[in-house]
Design a protein around this ligand. Structure first.
Ligand code: IPE
Ligand code: IPE
Ligand code: MG
Length: 233
């Protein structure tokens, strides 16, 4: 099976998955987090070069304080485990989004995992944490304006190529396949610029239940598509 170069996943449905089992939403997040660890290994083994996952959006702060706390504690533990996985899979980990709103120890954890994995290139794993596509664009434009006024940018048009250098995903090719689990068919502020020509795959399967076989199904569907980039075929 030919695998896409870059897969992006909106990990959705943890809460509903838990509710259906009469459990608190936090249980869904724990199982979803374990599933991410397993799936990341599977995806690496399949030979996918780039994986980007949406773990916490800039809008997710609107959830109850309890749920936000549970999620932040999970990220703390998860980032430590990801560091071990990074060594095992020789993968470079990057957190995209705005870390400045996160607790200082979490920011430290992020710096650590990024530094520890900086030299790997077997796979590139991006985790979107406090990420919003609009927020990313606002931050990019702000830095472009600063650099322009300091004379660090050539005068004239800010081309797409220049603009991309200011995005959190700088240097990473755009996703080929976007998967969203659990039935919703929207992008919820994920990678607004980068998804311009990405193929979308939506499934009703909730994230904690999304396993290797579901991923293979998504990839097979993707492989059967007639990809276009505005050209005629
Ligand atoms: C995805 O599951 C995880 C995060 C957004 C952090 P949800 O928490 O959105 O679960 P549902 O969509 O409410 O079921
Ligand atoms: C998108 O899921 C964000 C993440 C998966 C991290 P949400 O569950 O927060 O999105 P909406 O609210 O259904 O659009
Ligand atoms: Mg959701």
């Amino acid at each position: 099976m030919k695998v896409p170069n870059h897969i992006a996943i909106i990990l959705d449905g943890n809460g509903r998955w838990a509710k259906r089992r009469g459990m608190p939403r936090s249980y869904g997040h724990i199982v979803g987090c374990n599933n991410l660890e397993k799936m990341c290994d599977e995806i690496c083994e399949m030979g996918v070069k780039y994986l980007t996952v949406y773990a916490f959006s800039t809008e997710n702060w609107k959830r109850s304080a309890d749920e936000v706390k549970v999620l932040m504690n999970l990220f703390r533990k998860y980032l430590r485990r990801v560091e071990m996985k990074a060594h095992k899979n020789r993968m470079k980990v990057r957190i995209i989004g705005d870390p400045s709103a996160l607790a200082p120890d979490l920011q430290e954890e992020i710096r650590e995992v990024e530094e520890a994995s900086a030299d790997y290139d077997q796979m590139y794993f991006q985790i979107a944490l406090n990420y919003g596509g609009r927020d990313e664009i606002e931050r990019a434009v702000t830095r472009i304006a600063e650099d322009a006024s300091n004379g660090k940018l050539p005068e004239g048009r800010v081309t797409g190529e220049i603009f991309e250098r200011y995005l959190d995903t700088a240097g990473i090719p755009d996703p080929d396949l976007l998967i969203r689990t659990s039935g919703e068919q929207r992008i919820s502020n994920f990678l607004l610029w980068q998804l311009a020509y990405t193929e979308f795959y939506f499934t009703d399967v909730a994230w904690p239940d999304f396993h290797k076989q579901d991923l293979i199904e998504a990839i097979e569907k993707y492989n059967g598509r007639d990809r276009r980039f505005g050209n005629a075929k």
